[in-house]
Design a protein around this ligand. Structure first.
Ligand code: ATR
Length: 278
């Protein structure tokens, strides 16, 4: 494990696979920029083994933990308490050790999405009509966050309709929708992996128009087919990297009690993606 100095406080992300994670680059850029003696590493942890990272948190070897696939659900059962979002979607992506030593699990993906919308697109989701494409973990975080943000309605559009019904969970404003609902929505969010590393989009360009905000959870490539189509139809667009950056900002605020500079983190991530040829 590489650290900035022998005394550096260590935070980590666990996942399987994890080698492509941008989180070390994003978090370490902020630590360096703010002069924190923290270091962030990625640990490949096999499915079923998340308990080892939780033990490291309890033992003080780790001061901050991020959790990605396939451990988000398991870690929700391993921590001592959950924040509201983590509880409602039963998934944890950030673990914080509190002053009494108890571990609290958070889900910062939804808050990251809302921050990206408010800060980088300068939109307020309250009162808006939303379409969420997909019904996996990213969709469930988004449905939970949009519901808390006071949107007027959410259409959940998914290939497998039963999964869309499940993803709605407790939301009072979400319903199962179809492609037909996209045109009437103010915000369209792709929470599927469609477009990752390909030139595909689930949305017919003619359903997109000026006055809409179109968001992609995918950030490889940064400008997906969906965002390119949306732009050419006059919509406002937001790429998936902003969501990734802001969920990391929320995590750093929880661990260190200060907000990091999101532009520094984004610049580091863009440089890394370019170096990887993305
Ligand atoms: P995550 O937890 O990262 O959100 P996931 O649980 O694998 O990922 O969910 C991926 C979502 O993308 C699912 O809703 C999936 O649709 P199904 O529920 O029908 O499987 C959707 N998805 C993935 N590939 C798709 C494709 N080619 N066309 C349409 N939907 C797709």
């Amino acid at each position: 494990m590489e650290t900035d100095s022998p005394q550096a406080t260590v935070a980590a992300v666990i996942g399987w696979p994890i080698s492509q994670s941008l989180s070390p680059v994003i978090h370490n850029a902020a630590f360096r920029h703010h002069g924190d003696n923290w270091s962030y590493v990625a640990y490949p942890i096999e499915p079923g083994d998340a308990g080892s990272a939780i033990a490291a948190m309890r033992g003080g070897g780790l001061q901050g933990l991020n959790v990605t696939m396939p451990h988000k659900d398991a870690v929700a059962d391993l921590v001592d308490e959950l924040d509201e979002s983590a509880e409602s979607i039963h998934a944890v992506n950030t673990v914080v050790r509190m002053s009494d030593g108890r571990l609290r699990g958070y889900s910062t993906d939804g808050e990251g999405l809302l921050r990206a919308i408010r800060i980088n697109a300068n939109w307020d989701p309250a009162g808006k009509k939303v379409c969420v494409l997909g019904a996996g973990g990213a969709a469930r975080s988004a449905i939970d966050a949009f519901t808390r943000a006071g949107v007027a309605s959410i259409f959940v559009v998914n290939r497998t309709v039963e999964k869309a019904t499940q993803a709605i969970g407790e939301s009072k404003v979400a319903v199962v929708g179809s492609q037909r609902n996209i045109e009437e929505c103010d915000i369209v969010f792709n929470a599927t992996s469609v477009g990752m590393g390909t030139d595909e989009s689930l949305v017919s360009p003619e359903l997109l128009h000026e006055g809409q905000l179109v968001i992609d959870a995918v950030y490889h490539p940064l400008e997906t087919r969906l965002l390119r189509d949306a732009k050419s139809r006059g919509a406002t667009v937001l790429d998936g990297l902003w969501m990734l950056i802001h969920q990391a900002c929320v995590a750093q605020a929880l661990w260190l009690g200060r907000e990091p500079d999101y532009q520094v983190m984004r610049n580091a991530a863009v440089r890394e993606l370019a170096a990887r040829g993305n």
